[in-house]
Design a protein around this ligand. Structure first.
Ligand code: SF4
Length: 187
């Protein structure tokens, strides 16, 4: 009997919308369960890999050192890596902070705007969070492909459940992921 393929998923700097879309593949979720099992993933709540995986699904880009470390772990433990959604491919909303890269201290400027200067944020202390347990922010937001080799990119915010299912179904069969125009959305 053929073994089930193993899939791992993660949300880096993402909003979990791409994971919601993964669950939005309707009845195909039952077919997926026949063909594959989930390893490290928010869907299983496994925080580490139990074994090598065939497919890694990445949501979100890299904003902090923990994101980079996690992405490198996925590259190490997965045969094929699929970046899903605009955040993983282009950086998404977090990448807006890259627009002030030219300023003298862009990271500080960004944090001051978010926590100290902005009148809209409820933050009575005006303190920028600096707990040692917080992961260190990177100088800018990086796309997944800037950090590790990515095998497939599925655009959309989020990509549809249909294209996620078609992608996983093809990869499970050992075929290349379909990139059919009508399935891909760019918003
Ligand atoms: Fe959320 Fe859209 Fe980013 Fe996916 S691409 S993590 S849905 S913001």
């Amino acid at each position: 009997m053929k073994r089930k393929k193993r899939i791992a998923t993660v949300s880096l700097a993402g909003c979990f919308g791409c994971h919601m879309s993964l669950l939005d593949m309707d009845e195909h979720i039952l077919e997926l369960m026949e063909l594959a099992e989930f390893d490290r993933s928010p869907l299983t709540d496994f925080k580490t890999f139990s074994r090598r995986c065939d497919i890694g699904v990445i949501e979100g880009g890299c904003c902090n050192e923990e994101n980079v470390h996690t992405l490198q772990e996925f590259r190490k433990h997965c045969d094929v890596l699929v970046a899903v959604g605009q955040c993983a491919i282009m950086g998404g909303l977090p990448v807006m902070r890259n627009a002030i890269m030219h300023s003298k201290d862009p990271l500080r400027e960004c944090l001051e705007e978010a926590y100290s200067s902005s009148a809209k944020v409820y933050n009575p202390s005006n303190q920028i969070p600096n707990d040692a347990a917080l992961p260190l922010l990177l100088d800018k937001v990086y796309t997944c492909a800037e950090v590790v080799k990515i095998d497939y990119q599925i655009p959309g915010c989020p990509p549809s459940g249909e294209v996620l299912w078609a992608t996983l179904a093809a990869l499970i069969k050992g075929e290349p992921a379909p990139q059919e125009y009508h399935m891909i959305k760019y918003d």
